[in-house]
Design a protein around this ligand. Sequence first.
Ligand SMILES: Cc1cc2nc3c(=O)[nH]c(=O)nc-3n(C[C@H](O)[C@H](O)[C@H](O)COP(=O)(O)O)c2cc1C
Length: 346
Amino acid sequence: MSLEIDFEGVKFKNPFWIGSGPTSGTGDKIVQALKAGWGGVVIKTVGDSIVRKGVRPMYAAMRNSNKDLVVFENIELITEDNLETWDKYIKMVNREIPNAPIVFSIMGSSDISEWSKLARWSEDHGANLIELNFGCPHGEPEKRSGAYISQHPDLVYDYTKEVVQSVGVPVISKLSPNVTDITEIAKNAERAGAKAVSAINTVSCLMGMDIEREMLSPPVFGYTTYGGLSGPGVKPIGLRAVSSISKNTKLTISGIGGISSWQNAIEYIMCGATSVQVVTDTVMHGFNQIKSWTEGMEDYLKRHNYGSLEEIKGKVVPNIREYSYLETLIAERDSIDDEMKKIREA
Ligand SMILES: Cc1cc2nc3c(=O)[nH]c(=O)nc-3n(C[C@H](O)[C@H](O)[C@H](O)COP(=O)(O)O)c2cc1C
């Protein structure tokens, strides 16, 4: 049973990609992930003028009473490494794994020309797909960067178009859920020429505090900043976004948010995703879960007599309807019950 997917003309041996984040942040990690069996890796977002060392600590976690992860917060910026270092990482990855299935992730400053420069740099380094990071909640929205872009549909249009016109490879706009209607933002990316979207980036959050010490989390000398929420608890937000984009656009979709099992990946694919991305689960558990995940997914397809993932893509989307449609179903059932009652009493 093959789990191969075709994502805008690029083939991947399975739909599981490591999403952009700390586990795709060096050449070594990318090689390790691909050797473990992941279908692809989206590199940690690279940048130019905005790259610098981030603050510490930058993570916080919420767990349930069994100590299982519920949600995870990060205030990590894009990569701390400059383009020269990334040049070395990419060369190393391609030496170890020729034609490595990697997706480039980029983020420029508010100067639009930086986006096209980074896109061309990616293409020069062999990118087959380029993901535009429009959605980091703590990526300095006050400087018109990060989630600020997703929150301004005209900027999503302008930045996507700028990159689409600068390179020949398909462009993926990665969207933030911190907006009034992610589907409208996705439509703008589509109008600007993006072939695909990734959804979702993290959900803007404030994790909480230690009330005895009156200390916010994660604490940076007693202060904190709004961060990005990920992990199991955000999956329903991701599924909502992916299914709605699938229903209302022709975009290819990479589904992200809270995936911690192969079953979760099937959910995203049934909601319209072609590939899925995983970050928090790999931060917590490393890369080796991929073996049991691909086995589980293959077994599922066999048990249900499906020949490929294409057959289940978007399968449940037609079952997501307006509230009033559900009311008509209930009304129909009630009238049938009334009929049956009359027949029984006659
Ligand atoms: C520690 C951390 C760092 C991240 N860094 C980036 C990044 O540099 N670029 C990006 O597009 N998304 C970044 N993300 C967001 C993830 O790619 C993903 O959209 C989000 O975490 C939801 O997926 P998950 O629940 O599997 O973690 C980061 C997430 C985490 C947890």
